[in-house]
Write a protein that binds this ligand. Structure first.
Ligand code: TRP
Length: 331
């Protein structure tokens, strides 16, 4: 049986942090065995925020190095840069004709942008979901792993796929579903007391952080003044520290500090020192791979070239089918 197609678009800005790694990338790495995977860096989308030419390229390079360093495998998956695939903007043009200005204006993500950057409400922002639909439909993907913030866009993609099918009396496009990590979904908390780790929260431990930086960040984590009675319920910042330890440390390490906590003998300084070392143990080999890869331009070029070839083969097939379905014919 043919494998299901999973596709994920990767924002071309921002470094990967521990939350991205455990929440998404580790699952991407695992998915590569069970699905036909397409991973791409969404650099066209980044133009909505007007990066400088130098930043545009540096960002793509950094993100590609990080995903490769974290374990995406260009042999098993199709790993490519969106702007290397001209079929995507062509499908975007075609999909624009079946999308309505009203529904795009009503998209929550668009309304938020209008509020947050009123000085730059470009048409690319309005049609951002159309481009994303083109990204997904160009490979006729079945499943798309998306966080909560991207769900409205996946909904629109399903709408467009259905509309296209109805309009041309076909079942050409599958309706892509959100990929659910289920029990594999790990949400890494921030170390600032509450909430999750995030780039905009400013509380990230990044895959490219040096051991020194990691130690500093972990030692600054919020704690309380310690339990005053045995088996006292933990407040959120402490629960978060233990949760993180459960994720990165050996099971008996977390058990040891839980015992100390329950006996009111915990020294948070000791716990944080251990936690920092265990985070470093996870991150260091990844960091070294990222640094090596980002220096190896020939390798990055090879990855991007092979990825573009594979992605274009799939995209060209879809686009030629779509042109035929719509009614384009050559003389
Ligand atoms: N908009 C997504 C984000 O900001 C990135 C993205 C672009 C994407 N195209 C996609 C994600 C297609 C999934 C599928 O994270």
């Amino acid at each position: 049986m043919a494998k299901e197609i999973v596709l994920s678009g990767i924002r071309s800005t921002g470094n990967l942090h521990l939350g991205n790694y455990y929440g998404a990338v580790k699952n991407f790495v695992r998915m590569q065995d069970d699905y036909e995977c397409y991973f791409f860096i969404a650099d066209f989308h980044s133009l909505t925020t007007h990066p400088t030419p130098a930043d545009l390229h540096e960002n793509v390079k950094a993100v590609l190095s990080e995903y490769l360093g974290a374990g995406l495998d260009p042999e098993r998956s199709t790993l490519y840069i969106q702007s290397d695939i001209p079929e995507i903007p062509e499908l975007y043009l075609l999909l624009n004709m079946i999308s309505y200005v009203g529904e795009l204006e009503r998209t929550t993500t668009f309304k938020e942008k209008v509020r947050s950057q009123p000085e730059n409400v470009n048409a690319g922002l309005l049609t951002y979901p159309v481009l994303m639909a083109a990204d997904i439909l160009i490979h006729r993907a079945n499943k798309v792993p998306v966080g909560k913030d991207q769900q409205p866009h996946l909904e629109i993609t399903r709408k467009f796929a259905q509309r296209f099918n109805n309009m041309f009396k076909t079942e050409y496009f599958p309706l892509p579903e959100p990929f659910n990590f289920g029990k594999d979904l790990i949400k890494i908390p921030g170390l600032d007391g509450s909430g999750k780790m995030g780039k905009s929260e400013g509380n990230g431990i990044f895959l490219v952080d040096s051991p020194e930086e990691i130690r500093k960040k972990v030692m600054r984590a919020v704690t309380d003044s310690g339990p005053t009675q045995p088996n006292q319920e933990m407040v959120e910042p402490i629960r978060n520290l233990f949760y993180l330890m459960d994720v990165v440390s050996a099971p008996d390490t977390a058990a040891h500090f839980r015992e100390k906590y329950n006996a009111c003998e915990i020294r948070y300084g000791d716990m944080k020192k251990q936690l920092a070392e265990d985070i470093i143990k996870v991150i260091s080999p990844i960091r070294e791979r990222i640094l090596d890869i980002s220096k190896d331009n020939a390798y990055l070029k090879k990855v991007a070239t092979i990825g573009a070839e594979k992605a274009r083969a799939s995209a060209a097939k879809t686009l030629s089918d779509v042109r035929r379905i719509i009614g384009f014919k050559s003389f």
